[in-house]
Unconditional design. Structure first.
Lengths: 435, 297, 290
């Protein structure tokens, strides 16, 4: 019995040493991401060693900015730490870190949709003074004014815009060419094209939209309503779900559903990308940040056959396109113990001109006129989409209303309840939030 | 209803080589059909890992292709990128060190407690078993959510120490119960004999009991290590960036794009390999420990 | 043993368990009577959290689906565990290899196994299971959006994860069946089926009871494997009680600690009620031995 113990202990010790040795030999060789640009990042560092925790989800559009920030601003004493995380994880962690008096993260990635609620609750630091102070050093005035507006609330800037994202349609140029199809500009044209593709036996479910039941599905519903010049609430904060526009929007989505994968309510944007990679869908509409993956030859053998078009409208009379204009940016949480000036400089360096230029075509930077049809395969489509997007309704209750109505919307789309019952239920749920 | 007292005590199982003569094979032919069925079962049990390994080794453009691609040029990019561009090495260290620290602390405080309880009459053991069962059956959130609150208040949130201590506490009832059963096999006369020779109780514990209990301690240690290693829920709630463990990391990559999904798969594979080793090597101890629980329980 | 010695030896464990198990439990009970968020003191609301939990349709569905999955899984674990144990009992030389391979799915973290499992069933990722099914029957099975197939997927993964444990314990029990008993039955002319049903299973009743108990306790707390296998659990009615607590009390802006704690307390009570018969039999046995 003693011998068992004697042999086990050295074995365990050896294994443990091996693990530690291997780990430490790699810890220093964190190779810089190919997308990282070296820019100047001049801040006054505090004494001693500091770690700055950055919360940002991974995507080919966000990564260039994150990686530039991490690699340019890390020094001997100050380490920027960015853990890989998916979008759902970022949403959860944002709530968690902003909940109490202390949080884990010092810089968080935010987007226009959540700014009103967070700003209203005092969870983010206003950045106006810092912006004015560093505008010249980092060329911040070249950031599009409308995007800065999109990240402001109640007159103050709450996030430094890094990029814009709008819906872009990606489609299979080869399939459309073979079947002599025009690029759709309305939902009906999409359905017509899908029928032709299905009847020709090319694909069973040619349309792909991200309808994940725990997040993306409400974005799609909101975009549909926006096309009809409506939203979940109006500018006065009244809930406007059980309305003719709401009904038309739900029915439009239901009309698309038969042409989509039956499991579409489990699809987030990466899964929709996967459908394009696998050739199981011929048309998809997603945020522009997911577009450059589609033409990356490392991801799929079909990368040469993908074309881009502007987001369609719900119907020919609609004023705006089926579209959400989302501005992504960097914010400073109210509960970070670190110096906000240092953090702002880090954020500013990440959105500087060089960083933004090199982020094209993966991202659509927030600076004026960076993306054209020449430097980005989806540039023309993106610009056209942006021009036809509805000016957003700003309301601090929009985010919570969305969370509340989401399960009901899923029920409507999966046929669990009728359209009229569903709309009434959503209206009631929204009104409990509106108070 | 008690089972006949065949020598199924853990010490016997571990220290005595199983002699095939104990069971009379009523069917003396080599069990071919059974063997074939069991082999097929092993294939089925391993198939998820084999499939994941294949997906991780395929180049990204065919890794998740539908219909699946069977002939491909294997590539280790997922593993290399995982190791070099993420903090996977940190997560691995966190996972292993939390498991090791939990095990050490659990044994250090569990062994004396188990010994003390073993010298009490058997209705105490029944009480212990009931408590161990109740605590094991608890919905973990009932314990972990307050721990989240306390750890934030104390400032030890997102540290490896907090996670290790939490895991010690959660598994302690089971640990004590397991160790107590081992101790109960050692006759009390041994205690008396050692103490007559002038040892204090604690000294006797150190010099006589623990060496005798080697296999038992190893078994309990392996179980605690495994429970800590496998833990997801507690780690999810109590860690963030500082002490993230590998299971939590893998779960945060489920909504990522292809290359990162492959890296998550690579992380899972890197966990599977040592687990395979543990399963083979520690098998004897796991079996004996589970046996003991079944027989005595 | 002197009382002082006992407490000296037992004290560290007592502190750890008392401080980190009992105190949090008390806190949970306290929270269950309050409307509270993290970091802020709570407001006493009496039983309203409990009433809300009882009348919440979502909680009812979670209980129903968790209990259903538990019953089916436990049954399958007993059946498969028994069959596999009988098979392994027959093998002698290859036993270590078989046990080693079988243990892998038990020893690996549940969430890792579930992710690997989910890739097999996901068409979008080239999973082969649907290909086989299509070959055989021409139909597609929606593993992630239909309630029953998703339930089957969850049960399959849970059984896959826990059957090595069940099998090992039953194997130990089988090895405890006295040889004389089997020989006597053989002489009496029992065929293998009768042998199992009338001789072996009654003899290992205690072991089977133990496996049932542990399975029920573990599967009632289902959480880890739902994350990859059932991303849409709430919408299709396959949410487990723990997943419900997680979304209500911890994740995604829903920070109803009071409600989550009330559900925790209710779950504890349910589990205690289910444990009573087992506890009684344990105490009865202890009295006999004494």
């Amino acid at each position: 019995m003693l011998t068992i113990k004697r042999r086990a202990i050295p074995a365990i010790a050896l294994a443990a040493t091996a693990v530690f040795a291997l780990a430490s030999c790699s810890a220093g060789t964190r190779t810089e991401n190919a997308n990282a640009t070296q820019v100047s990042c001049d801040y006054s560092a505090p004494d001693g060693n500091t770690t700055v925790n950055v919360l940002a989800y991974n995507s080919s559009a966000i990564d260039p900015f994150t990686d530039t920030m991490v690699s340019s601003c890390t020094t001997e004493n100050v380490t920027l730490k960015h853990d890989p995380i998916d979008f759902g994880g970022q949403v959860t962690k944002t709530t968690a870190t902003l909940a109490g008096d202390t949080g884990t993260y010092d810089i968080v990635e935010t987007y226009g949709f959540v700014i009103p609620a967070l700003a209203d609750a005092g969870k983010l630091l206003p950045l106006d003074d810092l912006f004015d102070k560093y505008a010249d050093d980092y060329g911040l005035n070249k950031i599009s004014a409308s995007m800065r507006e999109g990240m402001s609330y109640d007159g103050s800037l709450y996030a430094l815009p890094m990029q814009a994202q709008m819906f872009v349609m990606a489609y299979r140029t080869d399939v459309f060419a073979d079947l002599d199809l025009e690029v759709p500009t309305t939902f009906d044209e999409m359905i017509a094209a899908a029928s032709v593709i299905r009847d020709a036996g090319v694909m069973e479910n040619p349309i792909a939209l991200p309808w994940l039941a725990t997040s993306d599905v409400t974005t799609s519903f909101q975009a549909t309503m926006n096309s009809l010049d409506a939203d979940f609430v109006d500018a006065d904060g009244q809930v406007t779900l059980d309305t003719p526009e709401g009904k038309e929007a739900v029915e439009a989505l239901l009309a698309l559903k038969p042409f989509m994968d039956p499991q579409v309510t489990t699809f987030d944007q990466p899964k929709v990308q996967q459908q394009m990679f696998n050739g199981t869908a011929a048309m998809s509409i997603m945020f522009s940040g997911r577009m450059s993956d589609l033409v990356d030859s490392n991801n799929s053998k079909l990368s040469e056959s993908i074309g881009f078009a502007a987001a369609p409208k719900v119907n020919r009379e609609a004023q705006y396109s089926y579209n959400r204009l989302s501005i992504d940016g960097w914010s400073i949480p109210f509960n970070t113990p670190l110096d906000s000036e240092m953090l702002f400089v880090m954020m500013a360096s990440a959105v500087s001109e060089e960083a933004s230029t090199s982020a094209v075509p993966a991202a659509y930077p927030a600076r004026e006129g960076m993306v054209t049809s020449e430097n980005s395969p989806y540039g023309a489509a993106a610009n056209e989409s942006m021009a036809t997007a509805q000016p957003p309704v700003v309301s601090p209750i929009l985010a919570s209303v969305t969370t509340e109505i989401r399960p009901i919307l899923v029920q409507i789309l999966t046929g669990g309840i009728s359209v009229s019952d569903g709309l009434a239920a959503m209206q009631a749920a929204g009104e409990t939030i509106a108070g | 209803m008690t089972l006949p007292k065949i020598d199924l005590s853990t010490r016997a199982l571990i220290t005595v080589k199983p002699s095939g003569k104990r069971r009379v094979a009523l069917n003396r032919r080599p069990p071919r059909v059974t063997g074939a069925l069991l082999a097929a079962l092993c294939v089925v049990m391993l198939s998820p890992f084999v499939w994941m390994m294949m997906s991780v080794l395929k180049p990204t453009d065919v890794a998740f292709a539908n219909p699946p691609v069977w002939a491909f040029q294997p590539s280790f990019d997922a593993f290399i990128n995982l190791w070099e561009t993420t903090y996977f090495s940190d997560y691995l260290i966190n996972t292993v060190s939390v498991a090791v620290v939990s095990t050490v602390i659990a044994l250090v405080i569990g062994i004396p407690a188990a010994y003390a309880l073993s010298r009490f009459p058997s209705y105490v053991s029944a009480l212990l078993l009931v408590l161990a069962l109740i605590f094991r059956a608890l919905p973990r959130f009932a314990v972990v959510l307050p721990m989240y609150d306390i750890s934030r208040a104390l400032g030890i949130y997102d540290t490896r120490f907090a996670l290790a201590i939490a895991l010690v506490a959660i598994n302690q009832p089971f640990t004590i119960w397991l160790l107590r059963n081992f101790f109960a096999e050692i006759p009390r006369e041994l205690d008396e004999a050692a103490m007559i020779d002038g040892c204090t109780r604690i000294g006797m514990l150190r010099r006589v009991m623990i060496p005798l209990m080697g296999p038992g301690i190893l078994t309990a240690g392996i179980f605690v290590f495994l429970f800590a290693f496998q833990e997801y829920l507690t780690a999810l709630v109590l860690t963030d960036t500082g002490s993230k463990t590998v299971p939590v990391f893998i779960a945060t990559q489920l909504g990522q794009t292809l290359p990162l999904l492959q890296q998550a798969g690579a992380a899972a594979m890197l966990l599977t390999v040592p687990v395979f080793a543990i399963a083979f090597v520690a098998q004897k101890y796991l079996v004996a420990g589970l046996n003991d629980g079944a027989v005595k329980g | 043993m002197k009382t002082r010695e006992f407490w000296l030896l037992f004290f560290p464990s007592l502190v750890v368990m008392g401080g980190l198990l009992v105190l949090p439990l008390i806190r949970t009970v306290q929270w269950s009577f309050e409307e509270v968020r993290y970091g802020t003191p709570g407001v006493f609301v009496g039983f309203s959290n409990y009433i809300e939990a009882f009348t919440d349709e979502r909680f009812g569905k979670a209980v129903l689906s968790t209990v259903t999955i538990t019953i089916v899984t436990t049954f399958l674990l007993l059946v498969f565990g028994y069959l596999i144990a009988v098979g392994v009992n027959r093998m002698t030389r290859s036993r270590p290899i078989i046990l080693g391979i079988m243990l892998v799915s038990y020893v690996l973290p549940n969430i890792v196994g579930a992710v690997a499992f989910s890739w097999l069933f996901d068409d979008n990722f080239g999973g082969i299971v649907n290909r086989f099914i299509e070959l055989l029957s021409g139909n597609q099975v929606l593993w992630f959006t239909d309630q029953v197939p998703n339930g089957i997927l969850i049960i399959a993964n849970t059984v896959w994860h826990l059957v090595p444990f069940a099998m090992l314990i039953i194997l130990a029990g089988l090895q405890g069946v006295p040889v004389e008993l089997r020989e006597a039955a053989n002489i009496d002319g029992a065929n293998p089926l009768q042998m199992h049903i009338n001789v072996i299973i009654p003899t290992i009743r205690g072991v089977l009871g133990f496996v049932t108990l542990i399975s029920i306790m573990d599967v009632l707390r289902l959480f880890d494997n739902l994350i990859p296998l059932s991303p849409q659990a709430q919408a299709i009615g396959n949410e487990s009680i723990m997943l419900y607590v997680y979304s209500v009390a911890f994740s995604n802006g829903a920070q109803r600690l009071g409600l989550g704690s009330a559900v925790n307390v209710l779950t504890i009570l349910i589990i205690l009620v289910m444990l009573i018969p087992f506890i009684r039999s344990i105490f009865k046995e202890a009295k006999v031995v004494r």
